[in-house]
Design a protein around this ligand. Structure first.
Ligand SMILES: Cc1cc2nc3c(=O)[nH]c(=O)nc-3n(C[C@H](O)[C@H](O)[C@H](O)COP(=O)(O)O)c2cc1C
Length: 144
């Protein structure tokens, strides 16, 4: 089991990734964690692979949404060979394909990990989302 990144004394300025929502492998919804798969704007510099606590800006919405974001090649699934940027937006269930999102990664939660199977990944994603919600609530930027 990957151990969480220790708490940091302060938060660095967020890393911002912008890009259009594209189709992924459609496994996320079946696992209970639907994600918006982002195709980063060409030339974007991506952060190290890992799981991040995030705020997302959607077009035409004044408030930002809390999210938990995965950056990596989803090593639990052998068919994924490229780096994916996927946002699980908290308390949100709308079609976003083709829209341009802005991801503000505010904290790195942990490394990307290869799990024995989907059940182990789901259990970890549950913990990630709880940690992410708690951090956003502590920062006063989203409800837990
Ligand atoms: C919070 C979160 C944490 C994740 N952590 C991992 C991980 O450690 N290892 C991994 O293989 N995939 C990880 N993923 C990516 C999932 O494998 C991916 O979201 C899932 O397979 C659905 O992909 P799809 O949208 O292409 O169907 C994570 C996704 C989320 C939302």
């Amino acid at each position: 089991m990957p151990s969480p990144t220790p708490p940091e004394p302060g938060l660095a300025p967020p890393i911002v990734i912008t890009g259009e929502v594209v189709h992924g492998e459609k496994r996320g919804r079946a696992m209970g964690f639907p994600t918006a798969n982002i195709a980063p704007t060409p030339g974007s510099k991506l952060p190290p692979e890992g799981v991040y606590c995030c705020l997302v800006r959607l077009p035409q919405r004044p408030a930002m949404f809390g999210a938990t974001v995965s950056v990596g090649s989803n090593p639990t699934f052998a068919d994924i060979t490229s780096v994916r940027v996927e946002a699980h937006i908290h308390d949100f269930d709308e079609q976003l394909y083709g829209l341009r999102l802005e991801l503000h990664l505010v904290h790195r939660l942990r490394d990307m990990h290869r799990f024995a199977g989907p059940a182990e990944l789901i259990a970890q994603m549950q913990r990630d989302v709880i940690s992410s919600r708690q951090l956003l609530a502590r920062l006063g930027v989203a409800a837990p």
